[in-house]
Design a protein around this ligand. Structure first.
Ligand code: MD3
Ligand code: FE
Length: 206
């Protein structure tokens, strides 16, 4: 269903076995070196969601080929199968015309515990206008979608559940968005995950 122009939510896009495979891959990527890290903001704060990057290191606010916080190790490679997954996601949600020529080459994986949040922000560090692909695993969260001009209301709040796909293209690509809360204990029990994971797939355009 289309939440805003170019923003399409596909509940249950990932079958339970695919969720399990993606979670296992995320657990591997979270291991050191260049594993799960706490992101420090330029103002001296820390983000409550912890993060793993593939392909390029993201620091607030830009991309670098090596880690500039965490343990300083080079980031893990972005596997080709994630580009395939991103292209299938864009095609299913927006149609083949929405595919950009730029390959998907960056993944940012956010790990939320029960108290983690993400404030309203825009994702403007990519040079390509390829749609951003978001996949959710584990606990349900409240996802807040704003508008491209300001950080403030009006908002649309949607619940994102384990297995859901959200694709952000067109006018929604630069809209403000955030995660005001996670509902602890709502993950599918068979997944064996306490908390929430969000995998975003992006094309850097570099
Ligand atoms: C809209 N992640 O990684 S998912 C992010 O749940 C991010 O971890 C949140 O915001 C999370 O930047 C929200 C939905 C989402 C992801 C990426 C977007 C919405 C987006 C990029 C552009 C526009
Ligand atoms: Fe974002």
């Amino acid at each position: 269903t289309e939440t805003a122009p170019g923003a399409v939510h596909v509940p249950d896009w990932l079958a339970p076995e695919r969720q399990r495979e993606l979670l296992d891959a995320c657990r591997e990527w979270a291991r050191p070196p260049a594993g799960l890290r706490t992101v420090r903001t330029p103002g001296g704060g820390t983000m409550t969601a912890r993060q793993v990057c593939l392909g390029r290191h993201w620091y607030p606010y830009g991309y670098a080929p090596t880690a500039v916080d965490g343990d300083g190790a080079p980031v893990k490679p972005f596997p080709a199968w994630l580009d395939g997954l991103a292209r299938r996601a864009v095609t299913d949600a927006l149609g083949p015309d929405a595919l950009s020529p730029a390959p998907y080459d960056i993944a940012l994986i956010n790990f939320y515990d029960a108290d983690a949040r993400m404030g309203m922000h825009r994702d403007a560090d990519e040079r390509s206008d390829a749609p951003v692909v978001s996949l959710s695993l584990g606990d349900t969260c409240v996802f807040r979608f704003g508008n491209p001009e300001t950080r403030t209301r009006p908002y649309t709040d949607t619940e994102l559940r384990s297995g859901d796909l959200f694709v952000f293209g067109g006018p929604s690509r630069l809209a403000y968005h955030g995660v005001p809360r996670v509902h602890p204990g709502t993950a599918p029990p068979e997944l064996g995950l306490a908390g929430r994971l969000n995998i975003t797939l992006r094309a850097s355009g570099l």
